[in-house]
Design a protein around this ligand. Structure first.
Ligand code: NAP
Length: 482
């Protein structure tokens, strides 16, 4: 299949925090890839900004080094690399100071899309937004892009939203959740709303339960200190997993427009029932050998922060009443794997002999690795000897089915191009973020107030035993993490 590149308008993208980890590892390689495939218009530019003192040549050197490290395949061509570096500029700015803003004014062009990507700590969102506004750098059509975390509870997320909205209108604010930029996540919408096959089955009459798993094999390592103030609930569930749940559970939007989609997602969040502590399992990994435990990484021997969480969520609406959604996510687990599994109910009357270990129909949407879709079906076991059943999977890995095109874009580059296009569909709206905190806050207060200690689990395992019990007691079981 031939990859199609849809042109975007010319732009000046200012990347604050350009010397940081995220910018060097994800954003710059993403932009470079868009440049290589020809999506960056002839005169589009990227203006890096941070406090580090360097001139344009020094900045180009930093970008060259980053691309060779994080995008080695694409950066092989010296010609492409040099052409990309020509599009770059650097302006030294301290977000909290007065210097540098007038240089930024002079660097930006008047008649192109202006996007400000804030790849900096959230405490700088307010000062940068205010400076962009006060110095007349932000125009009514400018876009501002911010990275999670969007607060650590309802109160702080409201304060953050208020800070941004003081200077930018909601239609200009792009809150990135890179999970939403993944090919499979968008395919979930195509799968549901472009096929007539699934929608009649997509409800509690036919779906027994849904499992959403985001499992990481790495621990918290270098991010230990930050993570210890956050934990799996704040870092993963409130945003990424809730977003996946929303896209799975939402009603069909009236049209493919950003607010129509986001309205439906907000309705799902508002329908999430409070989760009692008895339906939540929190865990913390311990070392199997050496000093590879969570507390060691976090530098806090008494830490009560969870590196794993599993929970059973009920959605109180007509479509999903009676169909639980089980969510789990954790670090230092057996494998890196993310998926959404829709597990269907058994036929009402079984005419075949009971099959040991039969799990029934399931549609599995794999986010990583090997993005794709698997349908688990039951067939007759081949061969003579009577009618016995066997389970087989109908498998589609996007990379195989769609070739290069499926691998063409990382989530970040797709999302950045959506910013330039002015398409907010895959970005979280302020009320969505706040609604998710409103749901999460009482749960967090429950375990923090009681100083509940997370259950230990071995690094490299599937999480704490109690997480298995969460499904066993309902007569269900998790899919293997593999
Ligand atoms: P980082 O490595 O600490 O980089 C921070 C950047 O901010 C640096 O370029 C730093 O450059 C700049 N900076 C710091 N203080 C500044 C100031 N007063 N004025 C102007 N620039 C300043 O952080 P990061 O890991 O890239 O993360 C950036 C944001 O993305 C954070 O909000 C983080 O939570 C979020 N995020 C990161 C990841 C990730 O994988 N890294 C993933 C998801 C979300 P100078 O020191 O030169 O000023």
């Amino acid at each position: 299949m031939v990859s199609r590149v849809i042109p975007v308008d010319s732009f000046d993208l200012v990347l604050f925090g350009v010397t940081g980890d995220l910018a060097r590892r994800k954003i710059l390689p993403g932009l470079f890839h868009r440049f290589i495939v020809g999506q960056m218009p002839e005169d589009a530019r990227v203006i890096g900004s941070a406090r580090t003192d360097m001139d344009r040549a020094g900045f180009q050197n930093l970008v060259r080094t980053s691309l060779l490290e994080f995008a080695p395949e694409t950066a092989k061509s010296n010609e492409a690399l040099s052409a990309f570096l020509d599009r770059l500029d650097y302006v030294k700015v301290d977000a909290t100071g007065d210097k540098g803003w007038s240089e930024l004014v002079e660097t930006l062009r008047p008649d192109v899309v202006r996007a400000f990507y804030l790849s900096v700590t959230p405490s700088l969102f307010g000062p940068i937004a205010a400076n962009l506004s006060e110095h007349g750098i932000a125009t009514p059509d400018s876009r501002i892009v911010v990275e999670k975390p969007f607060g650590r509870d309802l109160e702080t997320s409201k304060a953050l939203n208020a800070e941004l909205r003081r200077c930018f209108d909601e239609h200009q604010i792009y809150r990135i959740d890179h999970y939403l930029g993944k090919e499979t996540v968008q395919n979930l919408m195509a799968l549901r709303f472009a096929n007539s096959l699934w929608e009649p089955l997509w409800n509690s009459t036919h779906v027994d339960h849904v499992q959403i798993t985001v499992s990481e094999s790495l621990g918290v390592e270098g991010r230990g200190e930050y993570y210890n103030r956050s934990g799996a609930m704040r870092d993963m569930v409130q945003n990424h997993l809730v977003q996946l749940l929303c896209l799975t559970a939402m009603e069909p939007p009236s049209k493919l427009a950003s607010n129509a989609v986001r309205d439906e997602k907000v309705k799902v969040i508002e329908a999430l029932e409070p989760v009692p502590q008895s339906d939540i399992v929190r865990g913390q990994y311990r070392a199997v050998s050496g000093k590879d435990s969570y507390v060691e990484h976090a530098g806090d021997p008494n830490s009560l922060t969870e590196s794993f969480i599993a929970m059973k969520i009920n959605i109180g609406n007509w479509r999903w009443a009676g169909t639980p959604f089980y969510l789990r996510t954790g670090k230092k687990l057996r494998a890196r794997s993310s998926e959404i599994a829709i597990v269907f109910r058994d036929p009402p009357h079984m005419i075949f002999p009971k099959m040991e270990g039969r799990r029934g129909n399931a549609l599995i949407i794999r986010l990583q690795p090997d993005e794709g879709i698997t349908l688990r079906t039951t067939i007759k076991e081949p061969g003579p000897g009577g009618m016995r059943l066997a389970e087989v999977t109908l498998d589609m890995t996007f990379a195989e089915a769609l070739g290069e095109q499926a691998q063409a874009q990382d989530a970040y580059e797709r999302l950045i191009m959506d910013v330039i296009r002015g398409d907010q569909t895959l970005f979280m709206r302020g009320d969505e973020v706040e609604a998710a905190w409103e749901w999460a806050d009482p749960m967090i207060a429950g375990w923090e107030g009681a100083a509940l200690r997370p259950a230990p689990y071995d690094a490299g395992s599937s999480g704490p035993e109690d997480a298995l019990m969460l499904l066993h007691r309902d007569g269900r079981r998790w899919r293997e993490i593999e």
